[in-house]
Design a protein around this ligand. Structure first.
Ligand SMILES: Cc1cc2nc3c(=O)[nH]c(=O)nc-3n(C[C@H](O)[C@H](O)[C@H](O)COP(=O)(O)O)c2cc1C
Length: 192
């Protein structure tokens, strides 16, 4: 691959745009297909495809939020309307959300962590892909990624785990650059 200063600059400055600041328009059908292709083009030891994607868009956003609110209300009938509204409206700001599910299989050489990491790579590729298409993205999990009932409602099957909900849309705002991690602390050279 030839050196690509524009890509380099993007990778050096990438930022998420929080879900609350995403809005219409989202990717077209064709752009979504491109995005999904990019998302699934990740390192994947032994080509196990140990991931699945669930798309939440259009009217399904409201329905998914309603179901989350029902789950929390069922567990805590005293919960305030305000807190229920947070769940109901969760998927509304972004026109598109892609749930990334880690779906590991039993394999003699490829241990589970490698398969989970590959699903994480899918999530990050979706973020980069969305940005490359001119949209902004936010990788979020929240409680329902880890709650068996809610995760199943959103599409996770037995033995699977959501590792990301990648929210995609047009940014209402651009964020300032963020502090850089301290390389001296985080990077060392092995010298025996
Ligand atoms: C596995 C994972 C789960 C995350 N879950 C959340 C979340 O639930 N809520 C949130 O605000 N940020 C979450 N983040 C962080 C955001 O994706 C993002 O990195 C953060 O808002 C900082 O923005 P930046 O990407 O511009 O550095 C998560 C990141 C990862 C890797």
């Amino acid at each position: 691959m030839a050196a690509n200063p524009e890509l380099l600059k993007y990778l050096q400055t990438r930022r998420s745009v929080p879900l609350a600041f995403l809005e219409e328009p989202g990717p077209t059908k064709e752009e979504l297909n491109t995005l999904l292709e990019i998302g699934l083009r990740v390192p994947d030891h032994a080509k196990l495809n140990p991931w699945r994607l669930v798309i939440i868009e259009g009217e399904a956003r409201r329905a998914a939020g309603e179901r989350l609110a029902e789950i929390v209300r069922g567990r805590n009938p005293e919960l305030s309307e305000e807190k229920l509204e947070v769940e109901r409206n969760w998927f509304l700001p972004a026109p598109l959300t892609i749930g990334v599910i880690s779906s590991p299989v039993s394999h003699p050489k490829v241990v589970e962590i490698e398969q989970i990491l590959s699903a994480g790579a899918v999530a990050l590729n979706l973020v980069h892909g969305a940005n490359a298409l001119g949209y902004a993205a936010h990788w979020v999990t929240r409680w329902f990624a880890y709650d068996a009932e809610a995760a199943a409602m959103l599409g996770a099957r037995e033995g699977e785990q959501f590792v990301a909900f990648v929210h995609v849309g047009t940014p209402q705002t651009r964020l300032e650059d963020k502090p850089k991690p301290d390389m001296d602390k985080l990077v060392s050279y092995w010298n025996g």
